[in-house]
Structure formats: C-alpha cells, structure tokens
Design a protein around this ligand. Sequence first.
Ligand SMILES: [Fe+2]
Length: 266
Amino acid sequence: MPNTPAHPATANAADDPRCIPHKLTAPLPVGDACRYPDYTAEDQEVWRTLYARMEALLPARAADEFLTGLAALQLERDRVPALADVSRKLSRATGWRIARTPGLLDARDFFSSLAQRVFPCTDYVRSRAELDYTPAPDCFHDIFGHTPMIMHPRFADFYQRIGQAALRCQDPAVEEGLTRIYWFTVEFGLIRNPGGLRIYGNGIISSSGETLHCLTDKVRKLPYRPETLAAQPYDIWHFQDPLFVIESFDQLEGEFVRWAKERRLL
Ligand SMILES: [Fe+2]
C-alpha cells in the first residue's frame, strides 16, 4: 500500500530519493526526542512564503474544523515549527504524538505508527522551485496540511482506525480499496459545512493550485460512501476528479468503521 504522496507529483518523481519509502530498522524519534534541524535562511523563507500564501486562500475554502485546529495549534508563521512543540499540542488535544521521519515510510511502518496514534512527520522544507508542488511530503505538507485535522477528536480517531485496519489487511483488492479511501478522505476530502463546501484534505490544503481548483464546477463532487471511494481509481499526476464530500466527521468515522468491520479489518 503506498504511503501518502504530496500532490501533484512530478514526472520524474520516481527518480527522487524522497519518493523511495524507508523501511525502518530502528524506532523513529518521537515528541521531545525530535531535535530542531539547522534550517537555512532559505528554508525559513520558503516556510514563510508557503504559510502566507496558503493562509490567504483558507477563508471560505478550508473546513471550519481545519481552521479550528490550525488556530489551536498556533503554528509559527515566521519560522518552521519544532516537531516537539507540535507533538506536545497534539498530545494534549487528542493523544496523538509526532515522530520525525526521514521521508516516505514503508507502508507497514507508516500504518503501524498511525495505529499507535503517532504521526510520522518530515522536518525538511521543499525548495523554492517546488512552492506549488513536491513529489513527496515535506514539513509544510505534513505540519500545515496534516496536523490541524489531527487536533479534531473524531478525525483523530478515524485516522487511527485507518492504521489499525491497514495492518490487518491481507487481501490485495481490499488493500487497494483502503488506499483509495485514505486518498479521497485524508488527502483529498471535502466536507459540507454550514457555510458551504469546504476542504479538509491535506493534499489539497498544502497545494495552492489544488485548493483553487477543487471547489470549482470543473470537479465532480460525490457523496462519501466507503464502497464508492474504494472503487474509484485515482491519478497522482493530475488534479483530482471526482472528489468526495462528507457531511460530518462522525459520518466519516462511522461509515469507515462499518466498511472495515464488514471486511474483518476492525
Ligand atoms: Fe499527506
């Protein structure tokens, strides 16, 4: 099962060492054990640029729940946040912690972390040439994109359930379905908020192009049902179409648990 590539990927992604999954031979540092890297001035400037650009796009586009999580995290705008700090805030809110990963993880290692409420997070910043996309997650995708949703109790539980279900998966066809469910929810999910359709998918929220594109009429919006998502192939090379809309995070988790239990994954 693939890990969670950032989006859209580049044509030469397969040659990029960041795209080669790491098979762990030792535990990742977790929480306070994640040391703050020696970021360059350029790294910090790229973080500031990405943050400012995405923050301007969030109103009326990002889900209320994402904005609530982002506000509660109080991520630094002017410097790359420390994983240890973000981990402490997540831990207080939902019992999740952050582990520092050197890049994409082997699927089993990745889902094993999720099952333990540990989010594997990169700490390197994309280059200035990659402001609009990266072939693999960087810390803007992981911290800005992913961690605000993990502050939401129901999303946090759903995310752990995904990890637990993936670890039990033996059937390649079911595994593919689970990968698609992950893709169309965690990375590319939409929700119907009181104010209208909003984004909660991290792959969208860390890409300005996808953020601007996904709510337009050019993209089909279909109701969330795990069976439908599991049957829907995706293409990492282009903007996503269709996208799937949840009514609530209770529905997201409840329907996923039903789907997984029917397949003896939970
Ligand atoms: Fe991701």
